[in-house]
Design a protein around this ligand. Structure first.
Ligand SMILES: C[S@@+](CC[C@H](N)C(=O)[O-])C[C@H]1O[C@@H](n2cnc3c(N)ncnc32)[C@H](O)[C@@H]1O
Length: 257
């Protein structure tokens, strides 16, 4: 697995880094016992994080029921998706993550909380959006604390760009919501601006300033377009760390027009 994370994506640029995929013994046991139940067995082409074109999520087959769908991209260890699934039992949640230890931690939480409305997929989110999700199939898409790739030469690896905006918008149902959060001001600005340029998304917070964190870290340009903190967004390790070192956290909320 480790060797071919990026291999095959037409030598293209992906937003994730190669990381150690090994599991600690306890997580390995959880994974072995439960992953087949919760992690979708996705057909691949070329690379281990790909999704074969033509493979479409089927709510009846994959969740055992048809219900509104929330997709979390880069779900990490699953804190947000688990909280969402607990709070909204009538909604299906799909967690998309490339990092197996994160997926295993999420599986452990599904089992601990006895949830039935979460499924996981280990794949590149762009591939999942492009091939697995039908047009207009998601009620919400969440992207919380996407890797910032903060060096200039790495900006091209950022997940949220204009191509992503169009793709995500096309997978949202009419009136569906795209929610994002980041603690990197320049990535927040990039997200806000590429999403504003996407013709099929509207920003209901065009002139609000409601980032949470110290006011002195905001600048004039950062005074519009951001949303209040999404109350369904649980405080994760990433947000804790960001607030501890005095960074501002920016939320964005866009609607499919
Ligand atoms: C900084 S972490 C944030 C995790 C989580 N959202 C949180 O707030 O705690 C970003 C996560 O996105 C995942 N990721 C990055 N690019 C991805 C992609 N293209 N597809 C799926 N997951 C991706 C990484 O593996 C990582 O776990």
């Amino acid at each position: 697995m480790k060797g071919d994370l990026t291999e095959g994506f037409q030598r293209g640029t992906v937003s994730f880094a190669r990381r150690d995929d090994r599991l600690r013994p306890r997580l390995q046991r959880t994974w072995d016992a439960h992953h087949e139940m919760w992690v979708l067995d996705v057909p691949r082409v070329q690379a281990s994080m790909s999704v074969a074109p033509g493979y479409l999520l089927d709510a009846g087959r994959d969740f055992g029921r048809v219900a509104p769908l929330v997709v979390e991209i880069g779900s990490g260890t699953g804190d947000a998706v688990i909280q969402g699934a607990q709070a909204r039992p009538g909604t299906n949640f799909l967690a998309v993550e490339v990092y197996r230890p994160g997926l295993a931690a999420t599986v452990a939480k599904i089992v601990r909380h006895d949830l039935s409305n979460v499924r996981l997929v280990q794949a590149d989110a762009v591939q999942v959006l492009r091939h697995m999700l039908g047009r207009g199939s998601a009620a919400e898409i969440w992207v919380f604390f996407a890797d910032p790739w903060h060096k200039n030469r790495h900006h091209k690896r950022r997940l949220v760009n204009s191509g992503f905006a169009d793709l995500a918008a096309s997978r949202l149902a009419q009136g569906g919501t795209l929610r994002l959060a980041t603690d990197w001001a320049d990535y927040a600005r990039q997200m806000r601006d590429v999403l504003a340029a996407c013709g099929s998304l509207t920003n209901p917070h065009g002139s609000d300033l409601t980032p949470c964190g110290p006011a002195e870290s905001t600048v004039a340009d950062m005074q519009s377009g951001f949303a209040p903190r999404f109350e369904g967004r649980v405080m994760t390790r990433f947000e804790h760390k960001a607030l501890e070192v005095g960074r501002t956290v920016y939320d964005l909320e866009l609607r499919r027009a």
